[in-house]
Ligand binder design. Structure first.
Ligand code: GAL
Length: 682
């Protein structure tokens, strides 16, 4: 296929974190980089992420010349740069002269200088200094034709418990509780263990050497940490918005590792509102010894669909590794072909980029063995380099069939980080088996296996565009959310929820008088008690004449107006309903009382998929481990057919499509080699 020329707006971004400031004493390396960048078919570099010490070597003394040069080199081959603000790591002079920038941990220990990502979000000096630095960057580079975007700091996270942060926490609480300590004490269930607060100054953030049992306070503290972090970010971007209003702003989000579930350190649903483009750093441990590649691929799909749904628009993969990382327990190399496949998967789920950490392996310090495009051998003949170049070429070829293409989904799964905070705090149920993120990923997989696209949404999202909404383990539920779900079902939606749902309000106080009325009305039943299992406990449910094992949780249900779809097989609730459905308004609500994983979820959702006539991305028949995902624009679909198994897969495509890369028509039988990807148009 002849390569079409793509404009900047159309092209997919390929490249990544570039740290020339580590190589300023090696000018030949910087020259070599430009040659290799072109050989690798890369076009975009995030620069300056941890470069504060190079940009301001002494307080008030700036040096931008090296950066000018790097930028010109990138621009010389029509490359683009994403310019980072360097606040993710501070120079040593700053910590020495202004120790207020150093964090205090939950045990009230002031940290020493070192590491990164550990500044106080309240420090007036750091706030002023980041603005000063960002002003200079914006003034110097804001009009550069190769500037694509701002990359604010790096992977915001963590918390500070210094006196300034304590004061800000108290101010935040005063505002939230309208200066009324009675409201606060009620929300925090103050009289418990004599924890009533009689003066705002008595409030101290949660600590292992102090308070940790007041769940309402824990929740407010996490909300405050999110608030304060976002506030710091907003302070950082002020000069950028002023000087470069046209340049989009992002900051790189992440996942919780090693589980590979949504990040719980901050409320991204709030942070997402403040960025123009979502970007995230994905480091799945492909080829691990716990789960097969397909299961992991489904989790990657889940996280991508979570980031896509945050703004309902394409996002950027800001960091990934072309080979292994350096911080998994075992840092396995990606097998040949896996880099191509896993990168294409990101594009399939809505990323407009494949960017790496990092362009060139460092020579020293802790990341010297982290995978990178250029290895210590500096060779373009290196296996990893060649895989990157092959991907880069393919990305150039498919750009105009991907950029501008959206994701569409009729199914939504609700993920709520506040719920996860509260659920994990709950001293009850199984302390190790709540696994909210993992549970959601298991529900998601039932759809991934069948190529039904899903949005992973927040509880604030508009539900009206979905035929099916799934809200597992929504333990914390306000009246407002309960009413929203009720309205959704009333007006024709299908809702699925599970055990441990709707038990506490937004302050983590239990609802008085049992389940909330809107939930009782919607589900037509009442959950009476939740039984928790040891791993050795055995029980099962019967659903459609088949028996499915259950584990961890079983809710004893009073069916009332709902019909029973499954019944427990043993224990004191044998013969009682385990799964119910209730027709309500124009819709219906399902309640899954027990935790039963595959194959129950596959069969249960399989039936719903048929009943609701939910359509896959492409009409295709295959074994488990093949994934088909699509992006669409103007009635055209770009469909990625991906084999996540190590076996040859013979699949059947039941409609006529065109291979975008080869131009050939594909219909009927198609053989996919291990890790192969075919990209077709429909
Ligand atoms: C990310 C971080 C990068 C790099 C990478 C290594 O979390 O943003 O700077 O350290 O991890 O995998």
């Amino acid at each position: 296929m002849t390569k079409k020329r793509v404009t900047d707006e159309q092209r997919l971004l390929h490249g990544g974190d570039y740290n020339p400031d580590q190589w300023l004493a090696y000018p030949e390396i910087l020259k070599e980089d430009v040659v290799l960048m072109q050989k690798a078919h890369t076009n975009t570099f995030s620069i300056g992420i941890f470069a504060w010490a190079a940009l301001e070597p002494e307080e008030g003394k700036y040096d931008f010349e090296w950066l000018d040069e790097v930028i010109e080199r990138i621009h010389s081959f029509d490359g683009r740069f994403i310019l980072a603000t360097p606040s993710g790591a501070r120079p040593a002079w700053m910590s020495k002269a202004h120790p207020e920038v150093l964090r205090v941990d939950a045990s009230r220990r002031k940290q020493l200088h070192g590491g990164r990502h550990n500044h106080c979000f309240s420090s007036p000096y750091y706030r002023e200094k980041t603005q000063e630095m960002n002003t200079k960057l914006a003034e110097r580079y804001g009009e550069h034709p190769a500037l694509l975007m701002w990359h604010i700091s790096n992977e915001f996270g963590g918390e500070c418990h210094c006196d300034l942060c304590q004061q800000n926490f108290r101010t935040y609480l005063k505002e939230k509780y309208e200066n009324d300590l009675d409201q606060l004490n009620d929300s925090w269930w103050g009289p418990f263990w004599s924890h009533t607060i009689s003066d705002w100054e008595q409030i101290e953030s949660p600590s292992p050497i102090g308070e940790s049992a007041v769940h309402g306070m824990n929740l407010d503290w996490r909300r405050f940490v999110s608030h304060q972090t976002i506030d710091f970010y907003k302070n950082e971007i002020e000069p950028l918005r002023d000087i470069t209003p046209e340049i989009p702003i992002t900051t790189n989000f992440m996942s919780d590792n090693p589980e590979f579930t949504p990040f719980t350190g901050l409320d991204y649903s709030k942070f997402a509102k403040e960025v123009d483009v979502i970007s995230w750093d994905a480091y799945p441990a492909w080829h691990n010894d716990k789960e097969d590649t397909a299961t992991l691929a489904s989790k990657v799909g889940f996280l991508n669909d979570h980031f896509y749904a945050m703004k309902d628009q394409p996002f950027l993969l800001m960091e990934s590794t072309p080979s292994g990382v350096n911080w998994h327990d075992v840092n396995k190399a990606k097998r040949p072909g896996m880099h191509y496949l896993s990168s294409m998967q990101m594009l399939a789920h809505g990323s407009d980029s494949v960017l790496y950490f990092q362009w060139r392996k460092s020579r020293g310090s802790s990341e010297k063995f982290h995978g990178a495009v250029v290895d210590h051998d500096r060779s373009p003949e290196n296996r990893v380099f060649k895989e990157v170049a092959r991907l880069g070429k393919a990305m150039e070829d498919i750009s105009d069939k991907v950029v501008g293409y959206q994701r569409k989904a009729k199914v939504a799964i609700i993920y709520d980080v506040e719920n996860e905070w509260a659920l994990n705090d709950a001293q009850g149920f199984g302390l190790k088996t709540k696994q909210y993120g993992e549970t959601l990923e298991k529900h998601y997989q039932a759809f991934w296996d069948k190529n039904i696209q899903v949005d992973v949404i927040s509880k604030e999202a508009d539900l009206s565009k979905f035929d099916l909404v799934i809200a597992p383990m929504l333990y914390m539920m306000s009246e407002k959310t309960a009413e929203k779900l009720q309205d959704y079902v009333k007006s024709g939606g299908t809702l699925v929820s599970t055990y441990i749902t709707g038990l506490v309000n937004e302050s983590d106080l239990t609802h008085m008088g049992g389940w909330l009325a809107p939930l009782k009305e919607t589900f037509g039943m009442a959950p009476l008690e939740t039984d928790t299992y040891y791993p050795s406990d055995e029980n099962s449910l019967e659903y459609n004449g088949k028996i499915y094992a259950i584990n961890d949780y079983a809710t004893v249900i009073e069916a009332n107006a709902a019909s029973e779809l499954a019944v427990y097989q043993s224990d004191f609730y044998a013969g009682k309903p385990a799964v119910t459905v209730h027709a309500y308004g124009k819709g219906q609500a399902y309640y899954i009382g027990a935790r039963s994983e595959e194959p129950f979820l596959t069969d249960f959702y399989g039936e719903l998929i048929t009943d609701l006539d939910l359509k896959p991305a492409l009409d295709v028949t295959h074994e488990r481990g093949v994934s088909v995902q699509a992006r669409e624009a103007d009635g055209l679909k770009t469909v990625f057919i991906m084999n996540f198994t190590e076996d040859l897969q013979v699949i059947e495509i039941n409609e006529e499509v065109t291979d975008i890369q080869s131009g050939e028509t594909v219909h009927g039988r198609l053989v996919l080699h291990p890790y192969e990807v075919r990209i077709v148009e429909k």
